[in-house]
Design a protein around this ligand. Sequence first.
Ligand SMILES: [Zn+2]
Length: 176
Amino acid sequence: MRGILTVFAGPMFAGKSAHLLSDYPDDAATLCLAPAFDTRSGAQIKSRVGLSRAARSVSSWPEDFAAYRHILLDEGHFMIAPHYKGDVARDIERALDKGVNVTVAGLDTDYRREAFVVMDRLRALADHYVPLTARCHRCGAPAAWTAKKRPTGHLLETGDEDLYEARCDTHWQSPD
Ligand SMILES: [Zn+2]
């Protein structure tokens, strides 16, 4: 039977990683992957609500993927060149074909409100696509966008509230 792909997408601070960690069992049949690029939390998936779980840092799809029943992938938007070797959407399809369930959390858009193409492709493949919103850091309204608080010259850059905020339509603005 084909595996099921679930995608949690939204801006930063929307609880994407928390869904990944709280909705699925922490057992030997579940493999957690995090991009090697994101060194903030070492080899673990960590959510801002205090949940964490050991993860394998990867820059390509794990060769032993078929040994697991479920693969959880955090920060899916980072799984692109030059940080990821290969095509993660195709790699996920291979896993689904083998009957492995895959669940991905990631940003749907960058801080300029431009789509992460890889997340668009995963949305198209997903059996369940779950759009999440955060709370606007300015007004508390539902926030669909990530804003960068100052220009840094880097598009892909990890950071926390020091660098990013969630913003509603009214309060989002480009740092550039
Ligand atoms: Zn607002």
